[in-house]
Every structure is written in structure tokens, then in C-alpha cells.
Design a protein around this ligand. Structure first.
Ligand code: 6R9
Length: 567
């Protein structure tokens, strides 16, 4: 089958984002609304009865929704939000497992001009509070099983006017809570979407940095232009594909390529609302005849661990194209996938902030296993010298990955944090915070992050958030969190803790602190190991030197420690 991108060199020549605008029938200055593009437009093209969503729960039960279903159900949500008194521009949080209401309400929020704020349902109350407080969120959509977490923080977030419970049934609800059942509400066939334009805010995705609490990367409706085209050219979605993105929409991959990309292309997508198991995943591919699969290195390493025997028990011949994102995809994983599935995983690199893929391996392109590939057409990417912030001319030399601002899905600011946004730019380059080198053929090779952010299983966890939560434990006097090498998750969280005078380190206390973090933040942020120490290495200005702890953990050179406090 001919891929959508054809020849990369041809596409690169004279590339202009207007290619995407034309395909979408968008002209500069027109209104543009992602919710409308992902449902109404596909129906207008005569595909209303085409399957948009095949959904499966952990027991294997299925639900099916056509494009006309997602169009009318998202209208129903949008209409309901307006009737509740929610206004365009207000933040509406989606705090649900991967149920159909998550995907469909996302479109509904965008249609009424709201800003969608998706958060992992695995988040504990502290993680939730930080993000709702920062965004001054007006409403949250959730399920009964998660509502208690919202109840516990309710007093601290007076701006949260509505807690919409999508599966309340006959259960009695409490203060500010209100039931809404998507399928039992009269469907709204016609809804005039709020006239959003290219620069109107659309999605707010929280991401972790080294310092301070997580920041909300704010996107706009124009992001569609690059999300649509990268989906078409890199994921290579074609009309008859059945596509599976394994990412949760609490992560940007789950919205850009788990909602917007496939639906704006009018493709059928499948969602599995269940945890990981190799057998379960292969059975899902076999049952729904998945053709294009977008996943992450940690999952691929778990599949590798379970071996090829289990692959052979399933008919996976429907698979046509495989892609990966979130962490470095090791060369072994690419070679293994060729052996196991007869096809390589294609690595793609991007960030919450970039909104869409920026460096990728295209279908048909020669893959160099271990490389992230080349910049997408329309993306100017380079590596910069870390001191002069000038592009490095010499192939193979490691520098900071940097992008020329201006691609359509670039984030527009960090919510309420313009100063940190501004600090991401040097000499008119956007600095990603990662290190890489470029080989003589123009392929990018990832080296590592340039900050203390921990990448565990493709999820970024900020050390500051963990350390702040640790300090809330009565026994903890001081703490530092770093990433420690892990064969499956690449990194897991390791915490260094100095105890208060009345406490003695022991296994029970270690377990208690671990669970404390799991409940407050999330299972991902929970330290897998705690080292009890007398004190932590600090700079003379009092900053904890995580770099030193990390170097010891990774057996790396310690580097310059001239600022280390030595008394
Ligand atoms: C989409 C997403 C972004 C950070 C990024 C980098 C790491 C992502 C990668 C990769 C090596 C790849 N990362 N893709 N590292 N190879 N193909 O992951 O967004 O959660 O914001 O993470 O993830 O460190 O800067 P986000």
C-alpha cells in the first residue's frame, strides 16, 4: 500500500502548512473548532454511519459509536455545559478512566468554547488539587469511583462550581455534585458551535518541570493543522484503518493522537479501558483487527519481556504500521518488533508543549534503529551549543534540541506562568530541555534530558512535586527525588530522605512513606526505593544538588561541584 507521505524529500520541498489547511477546507481568518472538525465535518462528508469509536472495558465488553453518535453526543454535552451556566473560556476538567464519555465530552467542551483540562484518573487528591487550583477550573467531569478525591479537596477550590458525575445512577450526591448520563439525555441534533478562531484556547495539559509545581501548557484550536497532518503522514492513517493509541488522554499523546488526530481524519479508532497485559493486548489487536498501533517504549519492553511465543498464539496479521513515543526507543526494541510482528516500531519525538510530533520516522523511510528520525516537514529542528545557544554545525556533537517557533500546534503559554514560558526561548529558538546529536544524514539521536525531570514509563514526573509531598509526611525533614535506572520503565523514582530527630529509618517507615506518595500523587510518582540519609548535598545557595545524587546512581562523572556546600 502506498503511504500517505509518499517521498519525504518531495514533501519537504516547498512545504507549507497550507497543505493541511486546504485539506481541511480552512482559510486564514475563518472560525476553526476542533470539536466540529472531529465530528460534524466527517458527517458532512457522508461518513456519519462510519464507526468512530470501538470501546472495550477490562472484562471484554464492547460499545460502538458512529461519527453521527459522537457528533450528537458531543452536542448534548456542549448544550448541557451552557445550560449549567458554564461560559466559553472556562476550564472544564475531565477526570475519568478511559470511558466513552471522556472522549466525547472532550469534543463537547471544545464545541461550546470551553478549555478542556484532561487529568489522569489515577491522580491522588494532591496532584488533582495543584492542577485545579492553578487553572481555576470551573467544572469537573468524573465517575463515582473518583468523586471522593474531589470531595476531600472541595473546600480549597471554591471556584469549582460543578462536579458532573457521568455514572451516578440512583446514588445520592453531595455538595456541588450533579448527575449527567450521556446516553439517557435527549440527544441534541443541532448545536451551533461557539465561534472559536485559530488563537482561541482549546486544551490545557499539565506537564512537570524541574522546579515549581506542574505547568499547564495551553494550546489553541489552530493546533489541529499539525495534528491532522502528522497523523496522516506519520501514523499513515488511511480510510479503512482501525487505529489503536494506547495512551490515556491525561497525557498529551492521548488527546493529540488519541482523539484529535484520528477523528479529524475520519478514521475508526479502538480504545481499551484496561491495564497492561501482553495477552490482553494481543487479543485486543486480534479481535478488532487493529492495523495502526501507536504505543510507548515501556509497553514495548514489557511485550519483549514476555517473548515471541505468546505473540504466535494470536493472529496479528492485521497490523500494518507501528509507532512509538514518550521515551528513547532502544535499537533492540526496534529489532525485536521486526522479529515479533514483521514490522519495526517507528519512533516519534515530541512534547506536551509541541502539541504534535516534531522529529519522526516516516513510513517508507530508512530506519536507523535507535534514532528518532528527522524533522517533520515545516519543523526546523537543530541542536544548540549549551553556552552560546547557537546551532552546532559539527555532525555527531551533542547539544540541546531546539525548534524554530511557529508551527501550528505550538503551545501559546504556560497557564498563569508567562515568565517560565519566556525562559524556554533563547536566540529565537524554543529549547525542548533534551540533549541529542544529529548524524551526517540528518538523523537525530536522543541522549537524555537536560534537567532533573524523571521520565518513568514515558510519563514525566517533577522532582519538586514529589519532594513537596514528601515534606508533608510527619517523619520527613528533607528530601530529594531523582530518576534511577530501570530495565522496563527506563527510570523509576528514588527518594533520598533525611528524617526528623525523633524518627529512625526502618522498612515499615519506608513502606509507609511510599504509600503516602502513591495516594497523594499517583502510583507513577511513588518512590520505588527510599534511601535514608543524614543530610542532602546542597549548593551554597541552599538548592538540593539532585545532579550529584543522580550521577552517583547512574555511575556517571559528577561534574562541576564547586558550588557544593562544604560544611
Ligand atoms: C509526547 C510526550 C516529553 C519528553 C521529551 C523527552 C521525552 C518523548 C521521546 C522522548 C526520547 C522519544 N520523549 N518522546 N525521548 N525519544 N521518541 O512524550 O510528551 O510527556 O511532554 O514528554 O519525553 O524527554 O522532552 P511529554
Amino acid at each position: 500500500m502506498m503511504s500517505n507521505i509518499g517521498s519525504y524529500e518531495q514533501r519537504l520541498k516547498n512545504f507549507d502548512w497550507s497543505v493541511s489547511e486546504q485539506e481541511l477546507g480552512y482559510k486564514k481568518g475563518d472560525p476553526i473548532n476542533i470539536g466540529w472538525y472531529c465530528s460534524d465535518r466527517i458527517c458532512k462528508m457522508g461518513k456519519g454511519s462510519k464507526m468512530a469509536l470501538i470501546w472495550e472495558d477490562f472484562k471484554g465488553n464492547n460499545k460502538y459509536y458512529t461519527y453521527d453518535d459522537i457528533r450528537t453526543y458531543s452536542n448534548t454535552f456542549a448544550d448541557y455545559f451552557l445550560k449549567l451556566g458554564l461560559k466559553p473560556g472556562e476550564r472544564i476538567c475531565i477526570f475519568m478512566d478511559r470511558v466513552p464519555e471522556l472522549y466525547i465530552s472532550f469534543l463537547g467542551i471544545l464545541k461550546m468554547g470551553g478549555i478542556a483540562q484532561p487529568l489522569f484518573s489515577a491522580f491522588g487528591e494532591e496532584s488533582l488539587l495543584t492542577r485545579l487550583e492553578n487553572a481555576k477550573t470551573s467544572a469537573i467531569l468524573t465517575q463515582l469511583k473518583h468523586v471522593s478525591k474531589v470531595r476531600r479537596i472541595l473546600k480549597q477550590i471554591p471556584h469549582l462550581r460543578h462536579i458532573i458525575v457521568v455514572d451516578a445512577g440512583t446514588t445520592a450526591l453531595k455538595e456541588r455534585e450533579i448527575p449527567f448520563n450521556m446516553e439517557e439525555t435527549t440527544r441534541v441534533d443541532k448545536f451551533e458551535y461557539y465561534k472559536t478562531f485559530a488563537d482561541t484556547p482549546s486544551v490545557l495539559h499539565y506537564t512537570s518541570g524541574t522546579t515549581g509545581q506542574p505547568k499547564g501548557a495551553q494550546h489553541v484550536h489552530y493546533s489541529l493543522i499539525s495534528q491532522y497532518l502528522t497523523t496522516k503522514w506519520v501514523l499513515d492513517l488511511q480510510p479503512d484503518d482501525i487505529y489503536w493509541c494506547t495512551a490515556d488522554p491525561g497525557w498529551v499523546t492521548g488527546t493529540s493522537y488519541g482523539i484529535i488526530g484520528p477523528w479529524s481524519n475520519g478514521v475508526t479508532q479502538a480504545v481499551l479501558d484496561s491495564g497492561f497485559s501482553s495477552d490482553r493486548w494481543y487479543a485486543f489487536i486480534e479481535k478488532h483487527k487493529i492495523t495502526v498501533w501507536y504505543s510507548a517504549p515501556t509497553a514495548i519492553r514489557l511485550l519483549m519481556r514476555d517473548g515471541t511465543e505468546i505473540v504466535k498464539k494470536h493472529d496479528l496479521s492485521s497490523l500494518r504500521h507501528l509507532c512509538s513515543v514518550g521515551e528513547p526507543l532502544n535499537a533492540e526494541a526496534v529489532l525485536w518488533s521486526k522479529e515479533a510482528f514483521g514490522k519495526p516500531f517507528h519512533d516519534t519525538f515530541w512534547q506536551t508543549e509541541t502539541g504534535s510530533m516534531v522529529i519522526t520516522n516516516y513510513p517508507g523511510m530508512n530506519i536507523k534503529p535507535g534514532s528518532m528520525g528527522k524533522p517533520f516537514p515545516g519543523i526546523t529542528a537543530t541542536v544548540l551549543d549549551p553556552i552560546s545557544f547557537k546551532p552546532i554545525a559539527q555532525p555527531g556533537k551533542v547539544g540541546l534540541i531546539a525548534l524554530k517557533p511557529g508551527w501550528p500546534s505550538m503551545f501559546r503559554t504556560y497557564w498563569n506562568n508567562q515568565a517560565i514560558y519566556d525562559s524556554k526561548f533563547k536566540n529565537d529558538w524554543y529549547i525542548c530541555g533534551d540533549r541529542a546529536s544529529i548524524d551526517p544524514d540528518g538523523y537525530f539521536w536522543f541522549v537524555g534530558r537536560d534537567d532533573d525531570v524523571i521520565n518513568t514509563g514515558g510519563h514525566l514526573v517533577g522532582p519538586f512535586e514529589i519532594e513537596s509531598a514528601l515534606l508533608e509526611h510527619p517523619a520527613v525533614a528533607e528530601s530529594a527525588a531523582i530518576g534511577k535506572p530501570d530495565p522496563i520503565n527506563m527510570e523509576v523514582v528514588k527518594a533520598f530522605v533525611a528524617l526528623k530527630p525523633d524518627y529512625e529509618p526502618n522498612d515499615d517507615l519506608e513502606l509507609e512513606i511510599m504509600n503516602f506518595i502513591r495516594k497523594k500523587l499517583s502510583p507513577l510518582a511513588m518512590p520505588q526505593e527510599i534511601a535514608f540519609v543524614k543530610s542532602l548535598p546542597k549548593t551554597r545557595s541552599g538548592k538540593i544538588m539532585r545532579r550529584l545524587l543522580r550521577a552517583q546512581e547512574w555511575n556517571e562523572p559528577i561534574g562541576d561541584i564547586s558550588t557544593l556546600e562544604n560544611d
